[in-house]
Design a binder for this molecule. Structure first.
Ligand SMILES: *[C@@H]1O[C@H](CO)[C@@H](O)[C@H](O)[C@H]1NC(C)=O
Ligand SMILES: *[C@@H]1O[C@H](CO)[C@@H](O)[C@H](O)[C@H]1NC(C)=O
Ligand SMILES: *[C@@H]1O[C@H](CO)[C@@H](O)[C@H](O)[C@H]1NC(C)=O
Ligand SMILES: *[C@@H]1O[C@H](CO)[C@@H](O)[C@H](O)[C@H]1NC(C)=O
Ligand SMILES: *[C@@H]1O[C@H](CO)[C@@H](O)[C@H](O)[C@H]1NC(C)=O
Ligand SMILES: *[C@@H]1O[C@H](CO)[C@@H](O)[C@H](O)[C@H]1NC(C)=O
Ligand SMILES: *[C@@H]1O[C@H](CO)[C@@H](O)[C@H](O)[C@H]1NC(C)=O
Ligand SMILES: *[C@@H]1O[C@H](CO)[C@@H](O)[C@H](O)[C@H]1NC(C)=O
Ligand SMILES: *[C@@H]1O[C@H](CO)[C@@H](O)[C@H](O)[C@H]1NC(C)=O
Length: 456
């Protein structure tokens, strides 16, 4: 007899459901215990575990996509003090983090040390044009010298600017602006990320989690120190959490995730936003809260990140982090792209910016059982400051301090389909163990049933 009727389907469903419910009642506590024990073992960073393979591998492609800001009215800014008007140009995409961690050492105190070698390879197929495309951008040397030198030396600086035929703006190729060019004023190589190739980040010393899994991946030391020395304050100088690539297993969505990012010279936290499905795997999406870059007026914790009363309107500006103390004094400010979540003022003195939550926010997708970050988009913008100076010809029409966006980037990685399948299989193969337990229970159940039958 066929079973095509709705009634039959419902019946089959309810029987199946009842079986699941009964088995589930028994299996869930046992299963959870097994899963928990396995995950905790596999999450330790030591040779042989899944976490180690993940950690040591540099196979997942990480891309850094850059959008450069092209200044449309350089003449008017210099000659009439107009607000600069910018237009983004990009993406110019580089593959990065393809070099494995170097000098990996496991220490007896359950920590591991390593350095992250830097490298970037241009990906023409993911870019709008060649690296030789040009943009009109801020003259980094002029803006840098303006901030670093005392006003008394401005006359001298003006002469150097003139004699090198420099101005407040310059034409540079994408490659030059990002990776360095020989500057006529400083007679040195400068660029947004110069030097990059051949340098490394770290050393890092992180906890392996062997003695305490809740500490896995947490940074113990960076550059040999347990705290930073950029901010002259115990709160701002904290090195909190991991590097963001993984967290302790069994993630609790009510607790924010902490991580440290050397690019922005500080620790940040991300909060749970939603549960998403990433290639069949359930992940928690975490994103930075607007309070992260809020002005100290709204978030008093941020007081120590405000270093300069003059250029920040007495620390009332939101959305820009002054990282000059970790960039050798150069007036570099980090923000979200297009000054997303930043003060209106920032977008009033630079025209052409269009912040958009969806395209410009930073988020990470964390698989809650293992704590691995399986997908992320880290989006930041690099800006440089300049301001009025009566003795510098190219600045004497400028009306106020201006944070000029130079470029924003989206650094992303997503686990590929192959890894996603492997990940599911790995988790499932652990869960397969449950099947054995299930078999045992079934055998026990049927033999008990048979014994019962014999007696009746
Ligand atoms: C690894 O350590 C050696 C010896 O201390 C050092 O010479 C080398 O520069 C280190 N490698 C990196 C990438 O830092
Ligand atoms: C662990 O050992 C390393 C290397 O000796 C050391 O730098 C680090 O401070 C130690 N960390 C802890 C938490 O003991
Ligand atoms: C960095 O090194 C890689 C690999 O050697 C090379 O392909 C790339 O062009 C270099 N990038 C820069 C900016 O020099
Ligand atoms: C340099 O100064 C001379 C004389 O004041 C002026 O004519 C010239 O335009 C200046 N050059 C630049 C690049 O500003
Ligand atoms: C000086 O700058 C002007 C405009 O920026 C340019 O047209 C000219 O070729 C430059 N001269 C030299 C000698 O570099
Ligand atoms: C660091 O902060 C202390 C007070 O917390 C202050 O007295 C000192 O001048 C600051 N140092 C620097 C270099 O800013
Ligand atoms: C560092 O972590 C602690 C909690 O462990 C938190 O209270 C503090 O706000 C964090 N600091 C920064 C700078 O994020
Ligand atoms: C900053 O505060 C000082 C003292 O309260 C005040 O004199 C100054 O005008 C303020 N500057 C700005 C840009 O608001
Ligand atoms: C990075 O973000 C930008 C803006 O949303 C987007 O256009 C780009 O496709 C993203 N890159 C990747 C690799 O997803």
């Amino acid at each position: 007899m066929g079973c095509f009727s709705i009634k039959c389907g419902l019946l089959a469903g309810s029987v199946f459901g009842a079986v699941i419910a009964i088995l589930g009642g028994i299996l869930i506590p046992v299963g959870d215990m097994i899963i928990e024990r396995t995950v905790k073992k596999e999450a330790v960073i030591e040779p042989g575990t899944t976490a180690y393979d993940n950690w040591a591998s540099s196979e997942i492609a990480v891309y850094r996509q850059f959008w450069l800001f092209d200044v449309k009215n350089p003449q008017q800014v210099v000659q009439e003090g107009a607000f600069p008007e910018v237009q983004e140009k990009g993406p110019y995409t580089y593959k990065t983090r393809y070099l494995p961690k170097a000098n990996v050492t496991f220490n007896p105190n359950n920590t591991a040390s390593f350095v992250l070698p830097m490298g970037a390879i241009f990906e023409p197929s993911m870019s709008v044009g060649p690296e030789e495309d040009t943009v009109t951008t801020l003259n980094l040397a002029v803006a840098g010298a303006y901030s670093l030198l005392p006003p008394a030396s401005h006359i001298l600086l003006d002469m150097v600017i003139n004699s090198t035929n420099s101005s407040l703006f310059q034409h540079r190729t994408v490659k030059e602006l990002l990776w360095g060019y020989n500057d006529p004023i400083l007679k040195d190589t400068i660029g947004l990320f110069s030097p990059y190739n051949g340098t490394s980040d770290g050393p890092y010393n992180i906890f392996t989690g062997k003695d305490d899994i809740s500490k896995v991946s947490i940074i113990d030391r960076w550059r040999g120190e347990t705290k930073l020395s950029f901010w002259n304050d115990t709160y701002c100088d904290m090195i909190n959490g991991t590097d963001g690539s993984s967290f302790a297993p069994f993630v609790d969505k009510d607790v924010p995730l902490y991580f440290f990012s050397s690019d922005i010279c500080r620790s940040v936290s991300a909060s749970y936003e939603a549960t998403m499905n990433l290639k069949g795997i359930e992940v928690y999406r975490y994103s930075l809260l607007p309070s992260t870059l809020a002005s100290p007026v709204d978030n008093p914790d941020n007081k120590c990140f405000c270093r300069n009363y003059e250029t920040t309107k007495n620390c009332t500006l939101a959305g820009a982090l002054d990282i000059s103390s970790c960039s050798d004094g150069r007036p570099v400010f980090i923000s979200l792209p297009h000054f997303l979540q930043g003060s209106e003022y920032l977008r009033e003195v630079v025209l052409g910016l269009h912040p958009d939550e969806e395209h410009h926010k930073t988020f990470l997708d964390v698989e809650p059982i293992t704590g691995f970050t399986l997908n992320f988009a880290k989006r930041i913008q690099a800006n440089m400051m300049y301001g009025p100076a009566k003795d510098i010809t190219v600045l004497n029409k400028v009306k106020d301090y201006t944070l000029l966006p130079l470029a924003w980037l989206n650094e992303t990685a997503t686990l590929d389909d192959k890894t996603a399948d492997m990940f599911k299989r790995e988790l499932i193969s652990r869960i397969d163990m449950l099947e054995i337990v299930q078999q045992v229970l079934l055998i026990a159940g049927t033999s008990r049933g048979r014994a019962h039958g014999n007696y009746s």
